[in-house]
Design a protein around this ligand. Structure first.
Ligand code: PLP
Length: 440
């Protein structure tokens, strides 16, 4: 076989995709895979849907591309209204982009421009969590807390004040309540030391994604961060690139906690793998302040193009029509029960955490001390390879800020049914039995 000119990742050659339907994919040798991670937690409605294709083709027949400063387009306006509706009008303004990194980047720049417009140009710093992942462009990478990704670029990114969030698996405080109180107190101390009036915004994933293996926050923590932002006069940016558009069982994860952000970034599930589309949602007064100062100095060529927005609109409408959120709740309960049963069986499953159809499984060498496996074993990759051999795709990563520790995400398409959820758990069990033999 000719060497591939692509250089996405080091490692063995990948199978070539042939086709996909529903929650299954087939490679060109005929091998079938159950999509247990929605690609990159993005193919949320499964593959090969006629309704999305028909909406895209209808838009292609009308016009695929227009530039956002030359024409308004109906799908963009309709999708923006739909997204505002999903926030119950709490965030009234929408700026479209093509990826999650761009959505976060846009949030950072809008926050900064807002404070320049308000005559507070000293507010130029961001606070974010370690570990966290906010994207791969230099701005989004600057607020990302994940050493292996940051290392080559720390000198040239904007950087951010990195603070610890709650860790309900490993903390050694007396109980969760006291843990959250201590984490919030430490965060306050760090912000006080940095100078609260230099902070533009706090950036946060409401449920951790790939960098943490679905590490959970809780209501008290989010309320505490909201209160700190209000006290210090900075904005709260929620990164719902992964959690938004139904993944956790609510349209946006913040809705589980009753804490409203000022800016919200979303992407992945909005195009559901059919076309790249993301969005920055913002409080109206923030946008009005920036627009009154001459407009948002930002934008990408493909932002808000008709084909992207027609796709996003078809996705949201399909989810509303089919009541996908109730399926997320029902299948999420089955997945949680199945994963916890596997945890009870295999001592190296240290933690199972998540909500809706976003679940993280953390592997440990010792369930009592919670010590991770030695990093050089690369067990996160091994278990994913075994799962793939069993016909199941999962999403593996290192935990503990990427320095040690292993986890994988189980995040099937939101339309998965009960039979395929059981099949997913069967295939995972087979991979785990094989992994158990190797590590025992
Ligand atoms: N933010 C979060 C929480 C993510 O999970 C991701 C992608 O994994 C991003 C931002 C970046 O999105 P994209 O890869 O579409 O640029």
């Amino acid at each position: 076989m000719d060497p591939s000119p692509l250089f996405y990742q080091a490692g063995p050659a990948l199978p070539e995709i042939s086709h996909a339907q529903g929650v299954y994919l087939w490679d060109d040798t005929g091998r079938q895979y159950l999509d247990g991670c929605s690609g990159a937690i993005s193919c949320n409605l499964g593959h090969g849907r006629d309704d999305i294709r028909d909406a895209m083709l209808a838009q292609l027949d009308r016009v695929a591309f227009t530039y956002r400063t030359q024409f308004e387009n109906a799908p963009a306006v309709a999708l923006a209204k739909a997204l505002v509706g999903l926030t119950h009008g709490q965030l009234e303004k929408v700026f479209f982009v093509s990826s999650g990194s761009e959505a976060v980047e846009s949030a950072l720049k809008l926050a900064r421009q807002y404070f320049v417009a308000r005559g507070e140009p000293q507010r130029r710093r961001f606070v974010s969590l370690r570990p966290s992942y906010h994207g791969s462009t230099l701005g989004a990478l600057g607020v990302t807390g994940y050493h292996p990704l940051e290392a080559p670029f720390t000198d040239i990114t904007i950087g951010s004040l990195k603070v610890a969030g709650p860790d309900f698996y490993r903390h050694t405080d007396a109980d969760d309540t006291r843990h959250v109180a201590r984490v919030l107190a430490d965060t306050r101390t760090a912000i006080e030391a940095a100078g609260p009036d230099t902070i533009a915004a706090f950036v946060l994933e409401p449920v951790g994604g790939a960098s943490t293996g679905a590490r959970m926050l809780d209501r008290a923590y989010l309320e505490g961060i909201r209160a700190l932002c209000d006290e210090y006069g900075c904005l709260l940016i929620l990164d719902e690139v992964l959690t938004g558009i139904g993944r956790t069982g609510a349209w946006f994860a913040y809705q589980h906690y009753g804490v409203t952000p000022d800016l919200l970034a979303t992407a992945k599930g909005l195009g559901a793998g059919y076309y790249p589309v993301g969005a920055l949602l913002a409080r109206a007064d923030i946008v009005e302040t920036v627009m009154a100062s001459g407009g948002f100095q930002h934008g990408h060529t493909y932002a808000g193009n008709p084909l992207a927005c027609a796709t996003g609109l078809a996705v949201v409408e399909a989810m509303q029509r089919e009541g996908v959120l109730s399926n997320v709740a029902a299948r999420g309960r089955e997945l949680e029960a199945g994963l916890k049963a596997l945890q009870a069986r295999f001592p190296w499953v240290g933690d199972v955490r998540g909500m809706g159809l976003l679940w993280g499984v953390e592997l440990v060498a010792d369930p009592v001390t919670k010590a991770p496996f030695p990093a050089e074993h690369n067990y996160f990759a091994r278990i994913a390879a075994l799962a793939k051999e069993e016909g199941l795709l999962i999403y593996p990563r290192r935990t503990l800020d990427g320095l040690a520790g292993d986890h994988f995400l189980v995040t099937p398409p939101l339309i998965i049914d009960a039979a395929d959820t059981a099949e997913l758990l069967d295939r995972l069990e087979r991979a785990m039995v094989r992994f158990d033999r190797e590590v025992a």
